[in-house]
Design a protein. Structure first.
Length: 340
């Protein structure tokens, strides 16, 4: 038994559409983009994470880059397994004679179907997971923010990730009502690409659109602290000659408006379902924003104006779900909301 416990490693994994984070011994030991590069002919793994991300959009006929997750769930089972296995290898002790058995907690979107949950579990088990537990993303986000999820009070969390936006009201260690929509970071990136193509007649790649979103992404036309224009060069659609464009945060806010309206509607839908007693708690305490989308400038201000409820951007929102998954791992026996 002593040998078994010595060989058992505990990992908490935030398996995200855009980034995957792994916590081991209370520390984030892997924080890499959720992407792999594969050999086109043999299907073997060429690169993973940051290395593969640098190849994205620049590959030749022998290499392809694959993002195994779409809309928060596994879209390519084989690539997901290779990615999970590769990221676990990054932290395995090199001097161990045995491959340690793994106890894992993985977070999943609250709208996942049984088939999607099974796909995550199978991928984790094939990658070496002996005990695999699941936790819903909004619950993990609430834990990561530092909320007392087991208290008889209402907490509302909006987690805007890469593939999904998760909205949930939590009380007494359970999700009272929730909504999961496939409008999140990836859709925002697509919106930026479409806008630049239509308004400036310039083709822009996914990576550049992502850089624009991070540098000047905004949810409102008027920011308290305006940011400078983002300058980039791309091929003109009509002439194929290089065009240099300077784009402002107001243009990005306009480009994202159509998608942000869907996020607004999903939040309102959840607010309509909340029991009155919990609603009073949420109005008093406010709503918490987590995930990379929470970093959009002015998003908290925009949502506060729409709902008349205070919005708080959590500390380090990008890692809130990962932190919460790590807390759930430490308290596996205590938290009943972990799915077996």
């Amino acid at each position: 038994m002593g040998l078994f416990s010595f060989l058992t490693q505990e990992l908490a994994m935030d398996l995200g559409t855009a980034n995957t984070l792994i916590i081991h011994n209370g520390k984030i030991v892997v924080d890499e983009p959720s992407i792999v590069a594969l050999d086109q002919h043999s299907g073997k793994l060429v690169a993973i994470g940051n290395q593969a991300h640098q190849m994205h959009g620049k590959t030749h006929q022998n290499i392809k880059t694959v993002r195994p997750l779409r809309d928060g769930v596994i879209a390519d089972f084989n690539a997901a397994e290779l990615m999970i296995r590769g990221m676990i290898k990054m932290i395995k002790s090199h001097n161990s004679m045995f491959s340690p058995s793994l106890r894992m907690v993985i977070c999943i979107p609250s709208g996942s179907t049984n088939v999607e949950i099974r796909a995550v579990r199978d991928s984790a088990e094939h990658a070496g997971g002996r005990e695999v537990y699941m936790i819903y993303e909004p619950m993990a986000a609430a834990l990561g923010i530092g909320l007392d999820v087991e208290a008889p009070e209402g907490h509302m969390v909006v987690d805007i990730g890469g593939g999904t936006t998760e909205i949930a009201v939590i009380s007494l260690g359970g999700i009272v009502c929730s909504e999961s929509i496939n409008v999140a970071g990836d859709v925002f990136t697509d919106d930026i690409q479409t806008y630049i193509r239509q308004q400036h007649n310039v083709r822009v790649g996914e990576r550049t659109a992502e850089e624009i979103k991070i540098a000047i992404g905004a949810a409102v036309q008027e920011l308290d602290e305006p940011v400078e224009e983002f300058v980039f060069t791309g091929p003109n659609i009509l002439t194929s000659l290089p065009s240099t464009i300077a784009i402002s945060y107001q243009e990005i806010a306009y480009a994202l408006e159509k998608s942000l309206v869907k996020v607004d509607a999903a939040i309102m839908k959840v607010l309509e379902q909340i029991p009155p007693e919990l609603y009073a708690d949420i109005v008093k305490e406010g709503i918490y924003l987590a995930g990379g989308g929470g970093l959009l400038r002015g998003l908290d201000k925009r949502l506060q104006e729409k709902t008349n409820i205070p919005f708080h951007v959590s500390e380090d929102p990008l890692r809130a779900v990962a932190r919460g998954t790590g807390i759930a791992l430490k308290n596996i026996n205590k938290f009943q909301f972990l799915m077996k």
